[in-house]
Design a protein around this ligand. Structure first.
Ligand SMILES: O=C(O)c1cc(=O)[nH]c(=O)n1[C@@H]1O[C@H](COP(=O)(O)O)[C@@H](O)[C@H]1O
Length: 274
């Protein structure tokens, strides 16, 4: 999906919601456990329930890998089920020496080589340019680079001062020389809204993937006020607050209500940008 197609979807759906498919087999509604593939059955119901309100879906790969080969199968079926006009994110947080990153990129981008057909993958910047380039070699695919993450440990390295800037600022400035906003997004945690003004100065045109609203307590209002741009420029993720709103037979209805509430607030914020 291109930058302008993603932007169009946001204005069409009046939403920049990304539903995080962090499907934990231990948290599934009990009545689904007799299904042949409970994880896929759950994901299918969540996608059906939220599709009117979401522009993106982000399966976190850990939840699937932890299930062994069955998990990978559930992931493949889930990706195939997501409508093609939605942006898809493999939240894998990969990055390694070049030849290894090359295989990670194949895993998430190249169905002709037994891989998956995601639009994007999350990548850790720590190993530098040659660990990121193999992902960027796939034209039409996106790298979503960790900049300032939502967790407390983000202070350990990302907030350290190097020269006259913090490490996450250096990551953004340097990575911008590797690819344009048509292929590169940055992850900024919703819990880091105070830094969004500075981040928008450094990256005015890049999409930001912002996880951490809902269960982690980030504010959608603050993120939207400081992060929205004329093209949208944001994908705000919520996982647990949508997926596990209920573990009863009403789980999909409750997930839909959570997603709808976020979308309604997003429509309101979109109306404030001209
Ligand atoms: O890259 C991410 O998506 C990510 C980065 C970050 O800084 N914080 C963060 O929570 N995430 C992911 O976003 C999702 C957040 O889930 P909830 O807190 O349940 O909404 C999880 O899949 C996390 O792995």
């Amino acid at each position: 999906m291109t930058y302008s197609e993603l932007s169009e979807q946001i204005f069409q759906k009046q939403s920049y919601l990304c539903v995080g498919l962090d499907t934990d087999s231990r948290k599934l509604p009990p009545h689904l456990l007799t299904e042949a593939d409970p994880v896929f059955t759950f994901n299918k119901a969540i996608i059906d329930a939220t599709i009117d309100f979401a522009v993106a879906y982000k399966p976190n790969i850990a939840f699937y890998e932890a299930q062994g080969p069955r998990g990978w199968e559930s992931l493949q079926k889930t990706l195939d089920y997501i409508p093609k006009d939605c942006f898809t994110i493999a939240d894998a947080k990969r990055g390694d020496i070049g030849n290894t990153s090359d295989l990670y990129a194949r895993t998430f981008f190249d169905p002709t080589a037994a891989g998956l057909a995601f639009d994007s993958v999350t990548v850790a910047p720590y190993m530098g340019h040659d660990s990121v380039m193999p992902f960027l070699a796939y034209k039409g695919k996106w790298v979503i680079l960790l900049a300032l993450t939502s967790n407390v440990g983000s202070a350990d390295f990302q907030r350290q001062i190097i020269g006259d800037q913090e490490l996450f600022e250096m990551v953004i400035e340097t990575a911008k020389t590797w690819a344009g906003p048509d292929q590169l997004m940055f992850v900024v945690g919703a819990t880091q809204a105070n830094e969004l003004k500075r981040i928008r100065e450094l990256a005015p045109d890049n999409f930001l993937l912002v996880p951490g609203v809902g269960t982690q307590g980030g504010s959608l209002a603050d993120v939207s006020r400081l992060g929205l741009t004329k093209t949208g420029g944001l994908l705000v993720n919520a996982s647990r607050s949508i997926l596990y709103a209920s573990d009863g037979t009403d789980f999909a209805d409750r997930a839909r209500a959570e997603a709808k509430a976020l979308q309604l607030e997003m429509a309101h914020h979109l109306a404030t940008i001209s």
